[in-house]
Design a protein around this ligand. Structure first.
Ligand SMILES: C[S@@+](CC[C@H](N)C(=O)[O-])C[C@H]1O[C@@H](n2cnc3c(N)ncnc32)[C@H](O)[C@@H]1O
Length: 348
């Protein structure tokens, strides 16, 4: 069985590792920007729904090479028509569908051209097999047909997760205005190397995404989430309750710049998503916040403890971290909310 997953750009390797560890088989993601390809003998769909790093999962029905000229679409049309023999198992006359095409590279045709051709062929094939045409519903389809074209590689898959992205966890009762995607929270915890029995703190936890993901990952960790805004802490508690980890995270109202007054060299991992300067407005104030925050985290961490943050202020953080005495263990760029912040892992 061949599967295709969409993931947050920048964490393909982490998703690939999770998929292989949880489901077995062989994965690849090189040159697949935002996608992971997976070949496995057999897989339970429940196990796919439990993955914490992916957005959507698709059964791959067609994989081919495609040229970049408009004329190459004629060959594509023929290939699709002879290959999509089982499409009616997934898209029936009673399920609506939409084709969503992501195209990267230089081609004479557009994503819309591809979506139109794939949509036409699917309607023809389902009608040929069942006698009835399926319904297209672009807004709330039962099934998404995802097409990914990267240079000359063409993939077509049918969604196993409906039209819902798994990064939208069911627990988001309280929607923080600058919430982190849970898939990125998972990636940060993984990059930090959090484990059971460790002390894990998010001192600017907002709606609680990072502590909640930590509690879902680690049964026996000691997890704390703070924010200086009581409204967010009330929201974080609601979210923790909805996710089933209420009681596994200690939440409180506190200023992140005074974290060391609670924890004196006691924390294994501080994993956090501080405000981004671009949203904060005042560049002097944000630097002061970051400076005091970094100072306080250094004092709170055990020797060898790690601070993992996602930030657009990475140049400032890296300079300041170096000055304080942190060692830079890892850094990478990810995509988040139309911005390209870095995840930076620092070790005391
Ligand atoms: C980007 S948001 C975090 C969002 C969170 N990761 C989520 O998914 O909901 C940053 C948070 O930092 C909090 N914050 C800003 N300055 C703070 C400070 N000095 N101490 C504690 N929290 C602070 C804000 O109230 C805000 O909730």
């Amino acid at each position: 069985m061949e599967l295709l997953y969409t993931v947050n750009p920048g964490i393909e390797d982490i998703a690939s590792e999770e998929i292989r560890a949880e489901l077995g088989g062989v994965t690849s993601f090189e040159n697949m920007s935002g996608h992971v390809y997976h070949v496995v003998d057999n897989v339970s769909f429940e196990a796919i729904y439990r993955l914490r790093s992916i957005n959507r999962a698709f059964i791959l029905l067609f994989k081919s090479r495609i040229g970049s000229r408009t004329n190459d679409l004629i060959k594509l049309r023929e290939e699709l028509f002879s290959s999509l023999e089982t499409i009616h198992y997934y898209i029936t006359p009673y399920t609506s569908f939409a084709v969503d095409t992501e195209r990267l590279g230089s081609h004479e045709y557009t994503s819309m051209d591809i979506s139109r051709i794939v949509g036409e062929i699917i309607i023809k094939k389902v009608e040929e097999k069942t006698g009835i045409k399926p319904v297209v519903n672009l807004r709330t389809p039962h099934i998404i047909v995802h097409v990914f074209v990267k240079d000359e590689n063409f993939f077509l898959g049918v969604s196993l997760t409906g039209s819902r992205s798994l990064h939208r966890r069911g627990y988001r009762i309280y929607d923080h205005p600058a919430a982190l995607k849970p898939t990125l929270a998972y990636a940060m915890l993984t990059l930090s190397g959090t484990r059971d029995k460790q002390v894990i703190v998010d001192p600017m936890c907002g709606g609680g995404t990072i502590p909640i993901e930590a509690a879902l990952l680690h049964e026996e960790a000691y997890i704390y989430g703070y924010d200086r805004n009581p409204r967010h802490i009330r929201g974080a508690k609601l979210n923790a309750y909805a996710s089933g980890v209420y009681g596994k995270v200690v939440f409180g109202v506190w200023d992140a710049r005074r974290l060391h007054e609670i924890f004196d060299e006691q924390v294994d991992h501080i994993v956090s998503n501080p405000p981004y300067g671009i949203r904060y407005g005042d560049p002097v104030a944000i630097r002061k916040l970051y400076r005091d925050f970094l100072d306080s985290t250094y004092k709170s961490l055990k020797p060898g403890g790690r601070l993992t943050i996602i930030t657009t202020e990475y140049n400032y953080v890296l300079n300041k971290a170096n000055y304080i005495g942190f060692r830079v263990v890892h850094k990478r760029t990810v995509q988040h909310g139309g911005l390209y912040p870095k995840i930076v892992v620092l070790e005391k």
